[in-house]
Design a protein around this ligand. Structure first.
Ligand code: UDX
Ligand code: ADP
Length: 476
């Protein structure tokens, strides 16, 4: 490899991070061949699908980018060995969910997929290879990767002349806006101590990102910055969500408060939307990582501080079902409740840590019959997430009292209430006057995202509860 020149890239993991990131690389670096590999055969088949195109991840704008590069300089394959052995640079973009069992369960990230990737690289790589950690990882994970790689490089039988450099290059894309985030990043962060490797990666980014936006740090700063950025963003949401409850009690309006507070340029307008609690694969996981790290270094007060952000988030999720029950005369057993939106936010089909999961489970626990509609989430995913299996009278398995619907209208049929949990665009122009005719009276709307046409729904005759708003204007 000539100095700074990368000809072949391999990315391990064709998920929400790996595929959008590599698609943008392929789009802006036509001189580089990029191979995205995954152990999940059906995922790779889906990324290679032609008529009809059936990509496994919904991300606005991504399809066009992929179609313009696929099979030119962007390839999807399960041939991990070949792709690794030919690559000058390898990105690790595998999943790192919170551990479910063992040491650190519920707090530490499960690094088994990262470790497996490092071992695959150690085995198959040839010559000098730059390894880039892209997955969100606990601080000091690069050390684990380095250890596995350097052990293989130092083996006496290193016939392939393997040498490695490890870089941290955290991803700041948000789902639903991934393409734009990747095309116009606020900054690109590269952590490492090998100047040659850092320059090679920055040269790739320089094809579409201004040099002054490419920040170089040591590897630990880079890893910790990613966790800190997510912890700060999540903290803002927990802060505004805590204030939403005060608004409901006092008659202040959360939108007015968020606007007034956000206009202070030191605070800023973004990430001040109150909602049903934050979800997604990163926020909770990264704060838990931070807490784990604090406890490891005996910084218990710091750990408690961040624990509070998660506690308020759990509290916010749990207060929504309580409000619904209270407004429906203290009882929802046998009542039909429509759920609009299951994804953790709009413009994604991802449901990881979605507040909808907890809220639906609580409503089912109270005996409600749920009808659930989401425009992008696959039905099997909702069943997997709710997973409440019961036995019917004939001892057959069935999922609790819920059905998954194909339209808003189906959800409304015979419902006592509609609960909006995701801010999908189509929920902002629902024809409420038509919908109310299909529902039982008094018909309720519980809008946890403040995204409906309030006046139209009010005129149609709905009772409406919105987060952070006073219910009875006479109380003000
Ligand atoms: C986040 C970070 O934004 C991104 O930089 C990082 O790389 C990965 O984690 P993501 O989880 O995809 O991205 O979505 P984001 O837009 O941050 O939303 C996370 C959650 O916060 C969602 O549940 C969303 O509904 C909620 N949210 C966001 C609010 O409730 N209010 C807001 O004002 C903003
Ligand atoms: P993220 O949001 O971090 O991108 P995803 O779960 O969407 O997470 O994607 C991670 C992908 O990594 C999955 O498709 C998974 O099959 C893949 N993966 C995990 N371990 C390996 C491995 N050792 N080799 C190849 N692919 C892997």
């Amino acid at each position: 490899m000539k100095k700074g020149e990368i000809k072949k890239i391999c990315c391990i993991g064709a998920g929400y991070v790996g595929t959008p990131t590599m698609s943008i690389f392929a789009y802006y670096c036509p001189h580089v061949d990029i191979v995205v590999v995954d152990i999940n055969k059906s995922r790779i088949e889906a990324w290679n699908s032609t008529e009809p195109i059936d990509f496994p991840i919904f991300e606005p704008g991504l399809e066009n980018i992929i179609l313009s590069c696929r099979n030119k300089n962007l390839f999807f394959t399960t041939d991990i060995e070949k792709s690794i052995s030919e690559a000058d640079m390898i990105f690790i973009s595998v999943n790192t969910p919170t551990k479910k069992r063992g040491i650190g369960a519920g707090k530490a990230s499960d690094l088994k997929w990262v470790e497996a990737s490092a071992r695959q690289i150690a085995e198959y790589a040839r010559g000098y290879t730059i390894v880039v950690e892209k997955s969100t990882l606990p601080v000091r994970t690069a050390k684990t990767i380095e250890k596995i790689l350097f052990d293989s490089q130092n083996k006496e039988n290193n016939k392939k002349n393997k040498t490695f450099s490890v870089l941290s290059n955290p991803e700041f894309l948000a789902e639903g806006s991934a393409v734009d985030d990747l095309q116009n990043p606020d900054r690109v962060l590269i952590g490492g101590n090998d100047e040659f490797a850092i320059e090679a990666l920055s040269n790739l980014y320089k094809n579409w990102v201004a040099n002054e936006k490419i920040i170089r740090t040591n590897i630990w700063s880079s890893e910790l910055s990613k966790l800190t950025a997510n912890a700060f963003l999540a903290q803002r949401i927990s802060s505004i969500n805590s204030i939403s409850a005060i608004c409901e009690a006092t008659g202040a309006d959360i939108k007015q408060v968020a606007n007034a507070v956000g206009l202070d340029s030191r605070i800023g307008q973004e990430f001040l939307r109150a909602g049903p609690g934050f979800g997604g694969s990163c926020f909770q996981k990264d704060i838990l990582n931070l807490i784990y790290l604090c406890n490891f270094y005996k910084l218990y007060d710091v750990a408690n501080y961040w624990e509070g952000v998660i506690e308020i988030n759990n509290w916010q999720k749990s207060r929504i079902p309580r409000i619904i029950v209270n407004n429906l005369f203290g009882n929802i057993s046998g009542k039909k409740i429509g759920i609009l939106g299951f994804a953790f936010k709009a413009n994604t089909n991802d449901t990881r840590e979605s507040p909808s999961i907890n809220i639906c489970k609580d409503l089912l626990e109270e005996g409600a019959n749920l009808s659930i509609y989401d425009p992008k989430v696959e039905h099997f995913k909702i069943e997997e997430d709710l997973g409440i299996r019961k036995k019917d009278l004939n001892n057959n398995d069935y999922y609790g009292n819920y059905q998954i619907c194909k339209s808003i209208l189906d959800v409304a049929l015979g419902s006592d209430a509609l609960v909006i949990l995701t801010e999908w665009e189509e929920f902002s122009d629902i024809l409420w006057e038509e919908l109310i005719l299909k529902m039982r009276k008094p018909a309720w709307i519980f809008d946890t995202r403040i995204c409906i046409d309030f006046n139209r729904a009010k005129e149609a005759g709905f009772n409406i509860w919105q987060i952070g708003k006073i219910q009875n204007k006479n109380d003000i």
